[in-house]
Design a binder for this molecule. Sequence first.
Ligand code: GNR
Ligand code: NI
Length: 179
Amino acid sequence: MALLEILEFPDPRLRTRAVPVTQFDADLVRLVDDMFETMYAAPGIGLAASQVNVHRRLLVMDVSKDRSDALVFVNPEIVERDGIGVMEEGCLSVPNIFDEVERAQRVVVRAQDRHGVVFERELVELAAVCLQHEMDHLEGKLFVDYLSSLKRDRIRRKLEKDRKARATSDAAPVGAARI
Ligand code: GNR
Ligand code: NI
């Protein structure tokens, strides 16, 4: 098992469109394990391969409170969507920034598991939002793309400032922000 490095906005590699997974082999199983370890350590409720610089169509999620509902979606497709809701989102690739995004409230996703077996699953509420957020990553899209360009620029500047503070290790506190 290994912790993977998470790319951060505005890294251009986050804009890569991921390609389908075709090989269901030991390397894929290892990648899934490493993505779960990275997601749980962060901590986050979801992680797309794009965020760890692997541009293939897979994502992991666990929206349960006790971290007991690990879900893997390989080559996911949304086959049904219903309703609209607004939720406050964050992203491990846009650290400490939170803002509201409108998405479908309920989705049915068809995907393959880590062994290539096709399944369908209905997701609602936070799980539906998270799945849509992760699938956006596979298209090179980030939740900040739904915000105004003014907000996005402010976020970019704040993250650059935070990164500089971290690099010079002057231990400036990095607070959560809604910009
Ligand atoms: O950990 C995460 N929390 C979250 C909260 C609301 C909506 C989406 C998310 S996903 C995020 C982890 C992440 O960046 N996944 O790509
Ligand atoms: Ni994200």
